[in-house]
Design a binder for this molecule. Sequence first.
Ligand code: 3HC
Ligand code: NAI
Length: 700
Amino acid sequence: MTELIHYEVKGNIGAIKIDNPPVNALSVNKGVIQGILDSIKEGEHDPSVSGFLLLGAGKNFSGGADISEFGKPKDPDLATLRDLLAYMDTVTKPIIAAISGPTMGGGLELALTCHYRIASADAVLALPEVKLGILPGAGGTQRLPRIIGPQRALPLMVNGDFIGAKNAFDLGIVEHLVEGDLYDEALRWSRRIIKEGKPIKRASQLEVSMSESVDEFIGKAREDIASRWRGYPAPMAIVECVKAALTLPFSDGLKVEREEFEKLVVSNESKSLRHLFFSERQANKVSGVAKNESQLAVNAVAVVGSGTMGTGITMSFANAGIPVVIIDTDDHNLTRGLETIKRNYDATVSKGKLSSEIRDKRIGLIRGSTKLEDVAEADLIIEAVFEEMEIKKSVFSSLDSIAKRDAILATNTSTLDINEIAAVTSRPERVIGLHFFSPANVMQLLEVVRGEKTSPSVIATAMAIGKRIKKVPVCVGVCDGFVGNRMIHRYIREAEYLIEEGALPHEVDKAIESFGFAMGPFRMGDLAGLDIGWAIRKRKSKTRHPDQRYVSIPDEICERGWFGQKTGQGYYKYENGSRTPLVNEEVNAIVIAHSANKGIQRREIQSQEIVERLMFALVNEGANILSEGIAQRASDIDVIYAFGYGFPRYRGGPMFYANTIGLEKVAEGIRDFAAGSLGSHWVVSPHLLKLIEDHKIFGD
Ligand code: 3HC
Ligand code: NAI
């Protein structure tokens, strides 16, 4: 038997422990599932064994099927999860699951097939397969509705929600909760079940029933999913499985589940989502930073600048229970910043998403100050003042003299050279970029920008603190715009060229939104505020090359005071404070007049061209960024785009998407654009060409 399963007879109980670190994944090829099956078979034939206890070694029961095995050949001599669960449904001695820590997907399906379930307080249960573009494929869609009813089971599976032990108990998934040692109590409880001769409760034999009509229930679910999950096939497939659970015998329901699962697991959507699952974890590994690199303890934080970003950053730390002092030299701006924070928390409370006690606790962790000296106690200081090099340098040189010797000095700059900022301090090795995205308390992405001299320990601390405040940190190098914004500038520039050549803003947005982005580039601009880009363009106007093609449409719009949603119009009109964008005919007239003034003959542009030009702009710049080593790996770029820019997750990120459609096609497309009369800015990235020549793809 595999060493990943420990089988031990404790009195009259056959205890089976899954020991496959780090999350006890139910691997086929490593023999984990076969090991469980063999143990049960051994106990079935052992007269001294009256029942089984199934549990996980380490922190959890099981994180589910081994995701890395999807799409790979399985050893035909070893049992699959379905084989094991089918056998368990025939076993005549009670099997009790002792659930602890994350118990997910196939791990929970294994527990649901056991006859009784006991859980420790730290247990977190979920059927999160939908997040990987698949569905619970080991009977979960058939057993869970039988255990807790379809109305409760369906949303859990469609959303992949995590639920705690108490919630699982209230729902009836778990029959007994344990505060103390799970193993001891589970053994005691199992013996009691056996002693009292409790029946073997098989979920597969439970009646599934509901008060409302099945057709109505399924009809409503289909409607809801069609509107909420555009582009994601798994949620609808889950509905079909639940329908099967409601209308077919258990074994036929399993067949439907299996068919749906097999279709999903080979889909591009699932491959993309699995790619992002592993990419997010891969992003934690930073070259030159050892896994066990020493880290600085961060117990107190200071944020300098209480504007748009400073307030959001402050909230992110307070939300994680870390005390923050927020400092602004301008009294008025500090008051405004503190009020914004309070207003944001109040809004969350009034939406019912936060209790007033937690709000008060979080606000209690935040202190405002107008004195830079108040950074003295902080372990981490994040500067978020105006985007001006001279101001940043002056702030950093003051911070250097006030801050603790080992404190980390971070900047939230989005465009400036971090090495230049670090150079004004006596501790460049402790200077780093922490590039948050707006709104900083909401957006998950955090670009951790390593300077030339930033020490590995500072990078390790920054990555860890990023996770602690529930962000997705990705380490990048220094260049204008770092990874995300440098690429998005190419994308926005291309969108502007498109409107100059013949498309209208809403047509560009429509094409991109149909591709799967939550918002097209012009709606995004209106939301972020067009004045931000305008200010940057004005600042950079002196260094702009006169031969470079420049689209002045955004400037013409800003000159009218139209900055987007906040002023009631930008590329779109927003009536009576609404966020619904309405086509802005005045902007369309500006766009058309602009093309005429420039002597550009407008033409009809198909949505395919719009999508390709914007996507290839991202991919091509991503390839350049990789060749310069600004991003460590292609998958990091995908994570940045999925978590920071609304790139459709079911397409896996721009680089994975390029792999999916073929790098040759991308290069050919770029060559075609370059050959057009207005295409001189297109040059295929040498890195992309090299990959094609070497028959490689991004990530190889
Ligand atoms: N299969 C393979 N590897 C897995 C895995 C799984 N199910 N779950 C986690 N891992 C790996 C991660 O890739 C990571 O590897 P690395 O160290 O080499 O980067 C390592 O385990 C640790 O993972 P995390 O960093 O995510 O650990 P956390 O402690 O933060 O979180 C967790 C633990 C909540 C279990 C989280 O890992 C998770 O959500 N895992 C996925 C759960 C899931 O989706 N399960 C369903 C799988 S599909 C399935 O079961 C199909 C079935 O219906 C037939
Ligand atoms: P903001 O203009 O909203 O706020 C800046 C604040 O800094 C003001 O309250 C100002 O009073 C204060 N300030 C100026 N000089 C100071 C000093 N010497 N000491 C203390 N406080 C001082 O600016 P915003 O938008 O919050 O940007 C801050 C930084 O974050 C910039 O570097 C910007 O590039 C970056 N950033 C901005 C994003 C955005 O979407 N706004 C996104 C990501 C990064």
